[in-house]
Design a binder for this molecule. Structure first.
Ligand code: AMP
Length: 379
């Protein structure tokens, strides 16, 4: 067990690292962080700041040396960095799941091996292969880079067969692997956050319903407005996968829920996730607290949702209005990440709005009007 007073090292200094650090500090731990830029959101609340690239061997060794355990806030951890931390005996989460989730094709194979359903897909290495795959999958289809994509980057939605060449030219580069997926015409996007500790105890947070805008998460609604049976299946899927890969730490499973009630897994994130921020003000344990428990080998808490909640992301263009609205926040909890530059589209914070029912929470979210645009599309 890693005991309070010892040091948790975090690779990455963004908001996820910051929220892990804040929970860890509340539990009595020291925090070290490695991030290329000084004064990062995590460094602002850490005890030890190491400024260096994520793949800088010396900096990584320094992080390992000052930490009793190391975790990460993003999945694209450099292979050499992960190996250094693993060999130093500081990475209880291991490197297998990192490797799997860094590559869309490997991720889909692992999901299928665990018996989960994913959209039909095909690995693509040439324009001809893509054209042939489109013949089978039909359109629309989504061409994606296997590595490095996030928030919709590295993706091309192919609307007609004629567009397939253009999509290939757009995404293909020497050494870039691609995968094409059939389009899932989903009714809702949902996600499940599951945590498992070294002893194999496993706990799952309530299913979240997610609304994206311009491929960035805009809003999370909990409880998700899907049937009890669908929620049960979504949780079972996340738990089955967590067991099959012997998860340690936190895993977010993003899924599509179709009108006919089918659930497809879209994507995995081996860490706390934006769609789990709702837990911070509506549950008996937050996703960050549960994560720290898992990597420090504490027992896990059985999550309980105290009340319905809406999580609204606050992007660069919303910060000013969010701060002006503070006097209205009697039932809303504002979290800001300490980022100095509020660029449009940049995740600056989030607002958790609680209410006795989901409908009231949604209504309240609309009244608070944090967002400067497109409030109506989400009902
Ligand atoms: P991803 O980066 O894979 O999570 O994709 C970003 C967003 O694109 C998802 O949240 C979906 O809204 C959409 N998307 C991606 N893949 C598919 C698919 N196969 N079918 C339908 N929508 C998709």
């Amino acid at each position: 067990m890693i005991t309070p007073g010892q040091t948790i090292g975090i690779l990455g200094g963004g908001q996820l690292g910051r929220m892990m650090a804040l929970e860890s500090k509340a539990m009595g731990y020291q925090i070290a962080v490695l991030e290329p830029v000084a004064g990062s959101p995590t460094a602002q609340v850490a005890d030890i700041e190491i400024v260096g690239a994520y793949n800088d061997e010396e900096a990584v060794k320094q992080l390992a040396a000052v930490s009793d355990v190391v975790t990460f806030e993003f999945e694209n951890v450099d292979a050499n960095t992960a190996t250094i931390l693993q060999e130093a005996g500081k990475l209880p989460q291991g490197i297998t799941l990192l490797k799997t989730t860094q590559h869309r094709l490997r991720e889909k194979e692992a999901l299928e091996e665990a018996g989960l359903t994913v959209a039909p897909y095909k690995a693509i290495t040439s324009a001809d292969e893509l054209a042939a795959a489109i013949d089978v999958l039909g359109t629309p289809a989504v061409l994606k880079t296997c590595r490095g994509g996030y928030d919709g980057k590295g993706q091309y939605v192919i609307h007609s067969k004629e567009e397939s060449d253009q999509a290939f030219q757009e995404l293909y580069r020497e050494g870039v692997e691609l995968v094409v997926e059939g389009f899932v015409s989903f009714e809702k996007e949902i996600s499940v956050i599951v945590t498992r500790n070294l002893k194999g105890e496993l706990q799952t947070f309530p299913v979240a319903e997610n609304i994206h805008e311009d491929n960035i998460l805009k809003r999370t609604i909990v409880p998700a407005r899907i049937s009890v049976d669908a929620k049960k299946r979504a949780v079972q899927m996340a738990e089955a996968f967590a067991k099959s890969i012997e998860l340690v730490g936190t895993l977010a499973v993003e899924m599509f829920y179709t009108t006919s009630g089918e659930i497809y897994v879209n994507e995995l994130a081996p860490r706390p996730h934006n769609s789990g921020h709702y837990t911070m003000d509506s549950c008996n344990v937050s996703q960050f607290g549960q994560h720290v428990r898992a990597i420090c080998d504490w027992p896990l808490v059985k999550p309980k949702l105290y009340h319905p909640v809406i999580m609204d992301n606050i992007l660069g263009e919303h910060v000013e209005i969010a701060i002006k609205m503070i006097p209205e926040f009697t039932d809303a909890f504002l979290h800001l990440y300490g980022k100095s530059e509020a660029r449009p589209g940049r995740k600056m914070g989030h607002l958790n709005i609680t209410a006795p029912t989901v409908e009231e929470a949604l209504e309240r979210s609309l009244q608070l009007h944090i967002r400067t645009h497109t409030m109506e599309a989400t009902q």
